[in-house]
Design a protein. Structure first.
Length: 455
């Protein structure tokens, strides 16, 4: 009887191996795309379980967070597309598989197999699992001991943090990521720290998680996971419009092949459905720009929150960056990072000084000038009587020398002309700005309103 079972298994294995070779070649999705389809099905299953009452809201949020984390992690993996050989080569390989697999199976099994030995009992299987768990713990202890002996080894802390994370020991993973952030701060490290802190809290983006994610963006403005989770925070707080603004800004930086783009679009749809909003009517907004007033409407939007107990830690890291730049004043990226960090902390004078340094180092860089102008706008009442600050108008003039179609610079330059009584020039600049702005944006509506006042 045992040989009949073995024969059936061999035939099944041969059939499974031969099928890809004998069927007609066809194009297939990449592994990343396949993984993403699986994750999408998992998200739908979570929703179904929640609707059936199998999961509570907290449990569903935690499950969604874990799936989101896997989707974002998948975006870092690039897998080459599989290829198939010619018909002749596949035929030869098929014959080889059919002939060799049974022979190899027998050659391996006959010397070492024992078909009469009874199967493993449940207790024995439990013992093996316990042994494997003990070996895993021993390995972790060994890694921790190596890190303790070499506390400045960033690779050791990174391995320890990832290992604890895989085992869902999130608090220990967070402690390791904190040490890694102390030794080698980066946007990715802080995003990882925020992710495990959120996982430890069942998917809730707490104030502590918010501060960590904002620090990630202070170092790397483009960090996608930090931006995604800050949008998720706003959604959890009920600020669906702000969440959509953050996610639309994130989606704008993605390409059609970005694996997590569909995830972001789905979250935008869910938030829009829950709040009866039309996403296209919500202006995209970067989380770091949420602490700056809208230059057109002067409507304050949600500012970044920093917990008092974390202020000393963040301030210490920013002070360390400032001290390093004093000894290395030619570091353009460092000055830009310092400017963003000061903006998050609300130190606008420090941010302006940092951006001035960056502007000096790269006279043709537009981003440093736009960041400088954004800070200036946040401190200026655009509707007040009198001229705009000279530093703001001069900076926007420099922006237009670099890019004659930059809409924010055109708006501010037009506003400066309007305040000085040059209405014709103001109208010209604003009409140029309208031509560059997409429909249904607040700035476009504001320019149209101001143009109507000139007629």
């Amino acid at each position: 009887m045992i040989w009949v079972v073995f024969g059936s298994l061999v035939l099944a294995v041969i059939a499974a191996l031969l099928w890809p070779l004998v069927r007609a070649p066809r194009f297939t999705e990449s592994r990343t795309a396949y993984d993403f389809m699986v994750f999408q099905d998992q998200l739908k299953e979570v929703e179904r379980d929640k609707d059936r009452g199998l999961l509570t809201t907290i449990e569903a949020d935690a499950a969604r967070l874990e799936i989101h984390r896997r989707i974002l992690a998948t975006s870092k993996i690039e897998v080459p597309e599989p290829t198939t050989g010619s018909f002749a080569s596949r035929g030869i390989l098929s014959v080889g598989i059919f002939a060799l697999i049974p022979l190899l199976a027998l050659a391996v099994y006959l010397p070492i197999g024992s078909p009469m030995v009874p199967g493993m009992s449940a207790d024995e299987r439990t013992q093996i699992m316990a042994t494997a768990s003990e070996q895993t713990n021993q390995l972790l202890e060994q890694i921790a001991a190596n890190v303790a002996a070499n506390p400045d080894n960033t690779e050791g802390w990174s391995l320890l943090a990832r290992s604890f994370r895989q085992l869902r020991r999130y608090d220990e993973s967070a402690a390791a990521y904190r040490e890694l952030a102390r030794l080698a701060p980066s946007g990715e490290v802080y995003a990882n720290l925020g992710e495990v802190l959120a996982a430890a809290r069942g998917g809730v983006i707490s104030r502590e998680v918010h501060d960590v994610l904002m620090q990630a963006l202070a170092i790397d403005r483009d960090e996608p996971r930090a931006r995604f989770y800050l949008g998720l925070e706003q959604s959890q707080l009920g600020n669906k419009e702000v969440a959509i603004a953050i996610w639309r800004n994130l989606a704008a930086d993605a390409t059609d092949s970005t694996p997590w783009l569909d995830l972001v679009i789905n979250e935008i749809s869910r938030a829009a459905e829950a709040s009866n909003l039309i996403p296209i009517n919500v202006e995209p907004k970067h989380p770091l720009d949420l602490s700056v007033e809208n230059p057109a409407t002067q409507t304050p939007v949600a500012a970044g929150r920093i917990m008092p107990e974390n202020m000393d830690m963040i301030q210490g890291m920013v002070d360390g960056l400032a001290a390093r730049l004093e000894s290395d004043p030619e570091d353009f990226d460092g000055w830009m990072m310092l400017g963003r960090s000061y903006t998050v902390l609300g130190n606008f004078d420090g941010a302006l000084n940092a951006y001035r340094k960056a502007m000096t180092l790269k006279p043709a860089d537009i981003n440093s000038r736009l960041q400088f102008a954004a800070v200036m706008i946040s401190r200026t009442d655009l509707n007040a009587l009198g001229p705009l600050p000279e530093s703001l108008t001069q900076t926007m003039a420099e922006v237009l020398k670099i890019d004659t179609k930059q809409p924010n610079a055109l708006f501010i330059t037009g506003l400066a002309h309007a305040k000085s009584g040059n209405l014709a020039d103001a109208k010209t600049y604003w009409q140029r700005a309208l031509a560059e702005l997409p429909n249904s944006t607040p700035l476009k509506s504001e320019i149209k309103r101001r143009l109507n006042t000139l007629d």
